[in-house]
Design a protein around this ligand. Structure first.
Ligand code: EZ4
Ligand code: CO
Length: 412
């Protein structure tokens, strides 16, 4: 079975998505997600200009060999653009292999290790009443674990608040909790770490009082803290028993996590901006984190993320795969198949895509009793409707950026 056609499909139903669509000489179609939020067209070029010519005529079954060929053969290794492109090829080939076998992909990855994947959703509000309404809405939608992000008094627009859409300085159209905006320039948000550190423990205390001790609650600090600030926050949040504190420091310095870890028992999750096992080497070996945040889409596909998670399993570190709206339904399906099969699955982030996106990508997953399941169609269980996709051309969109009160650019 050889790869006969390789197409890169760009569509923007509710936001931009990049999909690699491979067809074999006997007509089997495989899909891979290559969406890199705010830098989508760089991956399109990497695929179209450099990878597609290498794929035509290759054995569609040789997944590991193709992965190594694209990774080692490029000479220039790692990085988000390269690893998203390799991921798309890898996932499309797994989709093809599972369709050829007539099985849902999770069967090829070892079979189901559980009934379904515990999923968490994103509740947020500019203040506590708005946040609590959002938590209640998520509970009604069936979520059994919830991330909470709150506005901070004195700050106009900060990460993770859905109702930021109309905040000062923001322009363009925003889609639900999706932070990227369709606009010629990125929106500017503001940040002050001292205000945030003062306010956040009060938010968690109020949330525990309102919703009780059982509900798993998560929080994302989105790379903004120094190691000592992160340690202080982790310690301050211990009474509220978080499921995890995410991205407490800029994740590229793995050494920072040693200091955080010495001071707090709040579980730590990191890695949505990582792209290879090498980014995790110190974190896994020294047991400095509890959850691996990488998405299949940004980490070289199922082949490489499985490798990272098998290293992590030796240290009782679990998966917590990134699942924001910028992971396409194809990337989400890949995550669900891998998560269902892995022994050390932890939790899956799950936001909803919009109706237009669901019409472009027809999906067979289910969400019931707080658990996701990828379904039992052969392959990933996602079909790309090319006519629908063709209705929505690329639209320029950027993630926001951050400035401190004195104007300094800060981590967003
Ligand atoms: O900022 O997906 O945990 N989720 C996140 C996301 C990321 C966006 C970046 O594209 O941090 O909201
Ligand atoms: Co995050």
């Amino acid at each position: 079975m050889k790869i006969d056609v390789a197409e890169v499909v760009v569509t923007s139903p509710d936001r931009n998505f990049v999909t690699l669509r491979l067809t074999t000489d006997d007509g089997v179609v495989g899909l891979g997600d290559a969406t890199l939020n705010g830098r989508e067209l760089a991956v399109v070029s990497y695929l179209q200009d450099h990878v597609v010519p290498l794929l035509l005529g290759r054995d569609a079954h040789a997944i590991e060999d193709t992965w190594q060929f694209l990774y080692r053969g490029a000479y220039w290794r790692r990085g988000p653009v390269t690893m998203a492109a390799i991921a798309a090829v890898d996932v499309a080939l797994w989709d093809i292999k599972a369709k050829a076998a007539g099985m849902p992909l999770y069967q090829l990855l070892g079979g189901a290790s559980r009934r379904g994947l515990l999923a968490y959703g994103h509740a947020s509000g500019r203040d506590m009443p708005e946040l609590f309404d959002s938590v209640r809405l998520h509970l009604e939608q069936g979520y059994r674990a919830i991330r909470i992000q709150s506005g901070v008094p004195g700050l106009n627009a900060i990460y993770g608040i859905a109702s930021n859409a109309t905040a000062i300085g923001n322009i363009g159209v925003r889609y639900d909790h999706e932070p990227a905006q369709r606009a010629p320039l990125p929106a500017e948000e503001d940040w002050d770490t001292r205000s945030y550190l003062r306010h956040l423990p009060d938010v968690f205390e109020a949330a525990r009082n309102e919703f009780g001790p059982e509900l798993p609650l998560l929080h994302d600090a989105h790379h903004r803290l120094t190691p000592i600030q992160a340690a202080k926050l982790g310690k301050a949040l211990e009474p509220y028993d978080l499921f995890w504190l995410e991205d407490c420091t800029p994740a590229e310095n793995q050494d920072a996590l040693r200091l955080v870890r010495q001071h707090t028992t709040t579980p730590l999750a990191i890695g949505e901006i990582f792209n290879t096992v090498w980014d995790y080497q110190t974190l896994i070996r020294e047991q400095l984190i509890d959850y691996v945040r990488s998405a299949v889409t940004h980490t070289g596909g199922i082949t490489h993320l499985k490798r990272i998670l098998e290293c992590a399993a030796q240290y009782q570190i679990k998966s917590g795969m990134h699942g924001p709206t910028d992971i396409s339904p194809v990337g989400m399906a890949a995550a669900m198949h891998l998560g269902l099969a892995l022994h050390n699955f932890g939790i899956q982030e799950y936001m909803r895509h919009g109706a237009r996106t669901d019409a472009v990508f027809r999906q067979s997953f289910t969400f019931a009793d707080g658990l996701l399941h990828p379904g039992d169609e052969p392959g990933l269980g996602v079909a790309l409707d090319l006519d629908e996709a063709g209705k929505y051309p690329y639209q320029r969109a950027y993630l926001p950026f951050n400035r401190l009160k004195d104007g300094t650019v800060h981590d967003w």
